[in-house]
Write a protein that binds this ligand. Structure first.
Ligand code: FE2
Length: 197
């Protein structure tokens, strides 16, 4: 038998304090000056700016993979449906890796969709569905932007002495993006299933 609730309590001591509003603790675009990291604040600020751009572009690409995973159709539906979702999962990991580097360097990550939309260099696709070659072309264009960005950040990081960022963008971001780019790009090669006699 259910235990009857006889009273609604108005005792504030047992209620969660959930109407919390206060000023931000760190502004976006700033870096913490005194950090337990040998890199100076200026070098870290430069790296954070570059990494936040890469982060915005990677979030946009990540979300485009999910859009295409849902909206794909045609004879290659099943394989692309799965492949797009695999690449989405990998982009989730990459996004997290970049974001945590931004925080580690004393910066503030870009995070929410509206801010990403204002920042990314990846062209915005339409809300509606598109054919497979168009979907893949958009993804390839996005990968190209990200790969170039990794090369640029690597060079800047090397000059700044930030070998952690240098290694991260090459090992954790550039290489997986190259691989994803190859996997989807091969779907655009014209290849007959049956040879004519
Ligand atoms: Fe799904």
């Amino acid at each position: 038998m259910a235990v009857a609730i006889k009273k609604i309590t108005t005792d504030a001591n047992v209620a969660p304090h959930w109407h919390a509003h206060a000023k931000e603790i760190q502004k976006f675009g700033s870096v913490i000056e005194d950090m337990p990291h040998p890199l100076g604040a200026k070098a870290r600020a430069d790296m954070v700016a570059e990494l936040n751009q890469l982060l915005a572009d990677s979030i946009a690409l990540r979300d485009m993979y999910k859009k295409h995973h849902w909206q794909v159709s045609g004879p290659t539906f099943y394989q692309l449906h799965l492949l797009f979702d695999k690449h989405f999962d990998e982009q989730v990991e990459m996004v997290d890796t970049i974001a945590e580097r931004v925080q580690l360097l004393g910066g503030v990550t870009i995070a929410m969709g509206g801010d990403v939309a204002e920042t990314t260099r990846i062209p915005r696709p339409p809300r509606g569905r598109e054919e497979v070659p168009v979907q893949i072309s958009r993804l390839l264009e996005a990968h190209k932007i990200i790969i170039q960005s990794c090369l640029d950040i690597s060079e800047a990081a090397d000059k700044a002495g930030d070998q952690g960022t240098n290694d991260l963008v090459i090992s954790d971001i550039l290489r997986p993006n190259e691989l994803q780019s190859w996997f989807i790009g091969q779907h655009l090669v014209e290849m007959p299933l049956i040879l004519e006699k």
